[in-house]
Design a protein around this ligand. Sequence first.
Ligand code: SF4
Length: 444
Amino acid sequence: MAGQYYIETYGCQMNLADSQLVAGLLNDSGFARTDDMAAAQIILLNTCAIREKAEETVLNRLDALAHLKRKDPSVLIGVLGCMAQNLADSLLESHPFVDIILGPDSYRRLPQMLAQRTQEMDHIVDTRLSRHEVYEDLFPARETGLNAWISIMRGCDKFCTFCVVPYTRGRERSRSLESVVAEAAQAVADGFVEMTLLGQNVNSYHHEGSRFPQLLEAVAGVDGVRRIRFTSPHPSDVDADMLRVMAAQENICSSVHLPLQAGADRTLRRMQRTYTRAEYLKLVDRIRAALPDVGLTTDIIVGFPGETEADFEETLEVMEQVRFDSAFMFKYSLRPGTKAANYSSHVDEQEKQRRLEAVIAMQKESTLMRNRALTGQVAEVLVERESKKSPLQWAGRTDSNKLVVFDREDALLGDFVQVKIDGSHGVTLQGHIVNTVESYHAVA
Ligand code: SF4
């Protein structure tokens, strides 16, 4: 055995999927994964650069790892992912004990680098971005569970002015449809019933004439795939074909994450979001017409440079009009190297905080309103885990991605059960089982 490695993941689901990919690569090269950091000879942090706070978290974590390196200099510490790509030089200046820095397109070289690093003293840095790397032939080492993350495309060509992703993850490229279908079939064989298709801009997937709707249809046709989700789509790439396929295929969940970011056309233009407020609202109507029970979620950024009070009010107006089921809401975070970093009129921190609290309050009202409307309805729920509040209850999600908590009765993890919604506590729905639809006890 080449040694034990420990991997810690920060940020989005793409990073979770990438950590599984790295684990697969290392396992195939004779390394063994451990969940005990103290026992590991290799410690890897798979990092996120989307917001300043995410970077600070990793830097603090690295500070805490310094003592391990002092105690045992043979322990190898590696920084992977978006921060590695974004901050390679300054990372080495501030944390010179880091051995390996590897950007998201360089993971194939990791086993070789680990071997090399044990023989050499120099730091190893590889942050070359590729126009082709999609890790097509590699199979991720998934832990057991019900949901398999399947990365279908990488990178982004949209260049929203606030976002660092096109710089850290490079240009868009997609895997072949056949390789995604093969991975879904393998995941089913391994006991997974839900597939979440991942990409920075998932619905701009395109490979040799196949686009996202064709890929969705092909994965929906894989035997044993009970649920398909995907994230994160861009509103400009949602088209009639995608909605038609979603409506026609029962196993594609009726849930769409549709990042709005801001409600004012002026801000959307400065963000380079490629849609207007009116186009976004029209798209919401089209989605709801095609998928009447759809769960609609979004991302909101408040305090983008130059956002006036009137602009911000427009964000609240759109939120009030759409009434999203839930939302991820953030204060604008300046990312060096992006276009918006050079914009003038940055909004001060206190004002950003006030706006954030206002959108959170608005969203809370919408979530409660949407949840209340479900009371009395029966929804199919996948039993995913024990409820955080009580070991006597299960938690799982509806097709529209709502979290429901209910008494266990005879249900087991992996069952699909019909749950009658009795009400909601905060953002979580409460219900009781009325019927078990299907059992997948093998995955418990
Ligand atoms: S679409 Fe915009 S926000 Fe999303 S990853 Fe690409 S640049 Fe970033």
